[in-house]
Design a protein around this ligand. Structure first.
Ligand code: MG
Length: 256
C-alpha cells in the first residue's frame, strides 16, 4: 500500500490516507500497527502531501556504499557507523531546503529510508521484517564543510529542513537491486542500486536496535552512494528510487 500523510482543507491536523491512483482514502489515527477502514475519499490533487512521518528520531548510517566510503577518503567500516538527526530536520516533498548561513557547502545524499512500524529493541536479523512498516525516499542533507571542520556530524546533519522525506510510504516495497538516483537541476549526480549497500537492512536494524529502542514512525537512513555534491540556492534536487517514487525539493537561502 502507498500511504501518505496529508493536509486536508478545513482539517486542522494532518491525517493519513491510502493512495490509489489519483484518489486518497483517509483513515483515522496512525497507519500502524494496522490500517483502519477509510472514512472519506478525496482527489489526491485536493490535499497537500506532507512528510510521511514525524519520527521521534532519525538514525543515519554513514559510509554504507563502498564507492561513497572511498570518495570520503575512508575505508569501508567494519561495522555500521551511525549518527542521529533531530526530527526538526524533517520536511516533505515540495518543501524548501533552507541553506544555513554557517555553511557554504551543503550537499545532497540520496538514501533509502526505513520507516519503523513497531516498538523495536534487540531485534535479530531474521526478525527485522517484523518491525519494518515500509520505505520512502530521503535526502540526508549535510553541510560538508561543517562535517569536516567539526570532526563529528551533529551540526552538519541537524539544521532545520535537512531531512526531506517522501513523498509517501510504500509498505510492500522489497529492497533488492532497484535504482537510486539524485538529480540536480535535471542532471544525474548519484546513480547506484540498493544492492550495493555494504550492511543490509536486517543487519542495520539489528545493529541499531541493540543500541537504542526504535518507536513506530522512527526513521533509519541507510546511507548514500557516490556522487554527493553541493546544492546551490535556487537548485531543484530530486531523489528517485525505482518502485518507490520521487522526492523533489527546491533549495533556498535563509531569509530573515
Ligand atoms: Mg547519509
Amino acid at each position: 500500500m502507498r500511504i501518505a500523510r496529508v493536509s486536508v482543507p478545513g482539517v486542522e491536523f494532518p491525517v493519513y490516507g491510502v493512495i490509489t491512483g489519483e484518489k486518497i482514502e483517509l483513515i483515522t489515527g496512525l497507519p500502524w500497527p494496522d490500517i483502519s477502514d477509510p472514512v472519506a475519499a478525496l482527489n489526491l490533487a485536493d490535499v497537500k502531501i506532507l512528510a510521511p512521518v514525524i519520527p521521534s528520531k532519525i538514525v543515519g548510517v554513514g559510509k554504507n556504499y563502498a564507492d561513497h566510503a572511498k570518495e570520503m577518503g575512508g575505508d569501508v567500516p567494519a561495522e555500521p557507523v551511525i549518527f542521529l538527526k533531530p526530527n526538526t530536520t524533517v520536511i516533505g516533498d515540495g518543501d524548501f531546503i533552507v541553506l544555513p548561513p554557517q555553511s557554504t557547502n551543503v550537499h545532497h545524499e540520496a538514501e533509502l529510508a526505513i520507516i519503523i512500524g513497531a516498538l523495536a529493541k534487540n531485534v535479530e536479523v531474521d526478525r527485522a521484517d517484523e518491525v519494518i512498516f515500509g520505505y520512502t525516499c530521503a535526502n540526508d542533507v549535510t553541510a560538508r564543510d561543517l562535517q569536516n571542520s567539526d570532526l563529528q556530524w551533529t551540526r552538519s546533519k541537524s539544521f532545520d529542513t535537512f531531512c526531506p522525506l517522501g513523498p509517501w510510504i510504500e509498505t510492500e516495497f522489497v529492497p533488492k537491486d532497484q535504482k537510486i538516483t539524485a538529480t540536480l537541476n535535471g542532471e544525474v549526480k548519484q546513480s547506484s542500486v540498493l544492492s550495493e549497500m555494504i550492511f543490509k537492512i536486517p543487519q542495520i536494524i539489528e545493529f541499531v536496535t541493540n543500541v537504542m529502542t526504535l518507536l513506530p514512525g522512527d526513521v533509519i537512513l541507510t546511507g548514500t552512494p557516490a556522487g554527493i555534491g553541493p546544492m546551490p540556492a535556487g537548485a531543484s534536487i530530486s531523489v528517485e528510487i525505482e518502485g518507490l517514487g520521487t522526492l523533489t525539493n527546491k533549495v533556498s537561502p535563509r531569509v530573515q
